[in-house]
Design a protein around this ligand. Structure first.
Ligand SMILES: [Mn+2]
Length: 376
């Protein structure tokens, strides 16, 4: 696929909309595009050239997918269908639990399926979004390796073996990377896809506050005119099940407050990302500098860590603590999550391990006094 150069890029837009007002606007948009345009186009060309030789693509998100991975997956599928004529299916491992994420799929009618319905041999191209092969948070069987990896997390060694990889650009969201491809393609983006990507960036960066880069802001602004704001509102303010309120009751009851830190053992949770919601919520309480929430879902313990202190790296920290115990972890500076298999572990063994993990975190955070109090 050929792209026009930066200077001729406006020409078709200017013809289509003769009014100078529009021409001015398109110029403004380009100036907001901080990423290297030629570089993005090269990457898109490479992706499309590679995909063209294939028939059916499977696009995999990380397990228990968040809006960023769902949006990136669906947008990539659309792009591959349009530009490379490849039939593409988006699949996820785990469950979509969070009410907002369920609403995202329902309201925008996003074509995503659980991985359990996928027969791998039906596909001759596998792509992975918002995660990477070495990352333990996806369900790609080890017999398979992705051809394409697109992710905003730091590059992992195995990713270099993928035929096409766009990773570690240090944007706040994978949706930003895919939005850049859409911009470079100059296709008209359907509103549901623009809305999903917008929400992907918005939620991963917490309204452009956390881990955001100039590229995220540019993508966000570029998408906005194409966003279905009513759909977006019903995604961000969904109906919540009674279970959700019961779980928050438990969270408040179980929260233990240390000097600047909140720890919360939720026991059993009805979906894994709930620990992230709880950790987020407690980070906003009073003078809390970091929060850790954890809970069990099926055979795994899920941990979620949130930090305000910019000198600390949540991703690195949670990896150190959880990986040495046989779990998998990932995340960035201020937010991270981990999963630790506890199947077959007796209740006392589980309790002992949790105490150790908790102690490690308190140590790492230099919580001077182990004095704690219950929140209620
Ligand atoms: Mn992400």
């Amino acid at each position: 696929m050929k792209h026009a150069s930066e200077t001729t890029r406006h020409a078709p837009e200017a013809h289509a909309t003769a009014a100078p007002r529009h021409r001015r606007r398109s110029r403004t948009r380009v100036s907001l595009f901080h990423g290297s345009t030629a570089d993005v186009r090269r990457k898109l060309d490479r992706l499309v050239d590679y995909a063209r030789d294939h028939r059916r693509a499977l696009i995999l998100t990380h397990d228990n997918p968040d809006p960023d991975s769902l949006a990136s997956g669906v947008a990539l599928a659309w792009l591959l269908q349009r530009l490379a004529g490849v039939e593409a299916v988006v699949a996820y491992g785990g469950i979509v639990g969070r009410a907002e994420n369920r609403a995202l799929i329902r309201v925008l009618k996003l074509p995503v399926v659980p991985l359990s319905r996928v027969v791998f041999d039906d596909y001759d191209l596998i792509a992975m979004v918002d995660t990477q092969p070495d990352q333990g948070n996806h369900s790609l069987p080890t017999a398979h390796f992705p051809d394409v990896v697109i992710d905003h997390h730091p590059e992992q060694p195995e990713t270099r073996m993928a035929a096409v990889a766009d990773v570690g650009r240090d944007t706040g969201a994978t949706s930003t990377v895919v939005t850049d491809y859409l911009r470079a393609s100059r296709l008209t983006v359907p509103s549901p896809i623009a809305t999903a990507l917008f929400y992907g960036i918005k939620s991963d960066t917490r309204d452009l506050e956390r881990e955001r880069s100039p590229e995220d802001i540019a993508a966000y602004l570029w998408l906005f005119p194409q966003v279905d704001t009513q759909a977006l509102s019903s995604i961000e303010h969904p109906r919540l099940p009674e279970d959700y309120f019961r779980m928050f009751h438990t969270a408040v009851e179980k929260a233990v407050v240390f000097d600047g830190a909140v720890l919360c053992d939720l026991g059993r949770v009805y979906y894994p990302d709930l620990v992230a919601e709880v950790a987020d919520r407690f980070l906003s309480m009073g003078e809390t500098k970091w929060s850790l929430a954890y809970g069990q879902y099926e055979g795994n313990l899920y941990f979620s860590l949130r930090i305000r202190d910019r000198r600390k790296n949540a991703g690195k920290l949670i990896r150190e603590v959880i990986e040495e115990r046989g779990g998998s972890a990932g995340g960035h500076g201020s937010m991270a999550g981990a999963r630790l298999p506890v199947k077959g572990l007796s209740r006392p063994a589980r309790q002992k391990m949790l105490r150790e993990v908790q102690e490690r975190f308190l140590e790492e955070f230099g919580v001077a006094t182990r004095k704690s109090r219950k929140l209620v």
